[in-house]
Design a protein around this ligand. Sequence first.
Ligand code: TYD
Length: 136
Amino acid sequence: MSLVRWIDFQVLGDHRGSLVAIEHGKIIPFDIKRVYYIYGTAEGVSRGFHAHRELKQVAICVAGSCRMILDDGAHREEVILDCPKKGIVIDEMAWHEMHDFSPHCVLLVLASDHYDELDYIRDYKQFVELAKITRI
Ligand code: TYD
């Protein structure tokens, strides 16, 4: 099964431009408890390099583009995020990295819980070991 799951948002567009509305309990597969966004990323900087034990997220590149790597400990997939009409699901226990941020990239993230550093796995080797146990 592919690690990559997209959510396609309905675009409410007219001659003035486009609008996407995301309402609680509709298209996002969890209750949204936190929203954050990454912007102003300096050239050449990569971010992420972690997985979450429990947290689920949906990332939407609302401006510009970046490249995301998703990794379940056994397989790795790479996608380009460059479309405000689509969100990518970052499940729990999904190692993710973001690279190649374009100038003015804004990555909006919807998250299923509040920020909790204890939920992070920041060591890739530890992640791979934990992912093996989780798969059994
Ligand atoms: P981090 O998750 O490490 O960023 P990234 O994975 O995108 O490289 O977060 C960077 C810093 O911001 C870190 O000190 C934790 C803090 N932070 C919060 O306080 N609240 C949040 O919701 C997030 C996502 C990060």
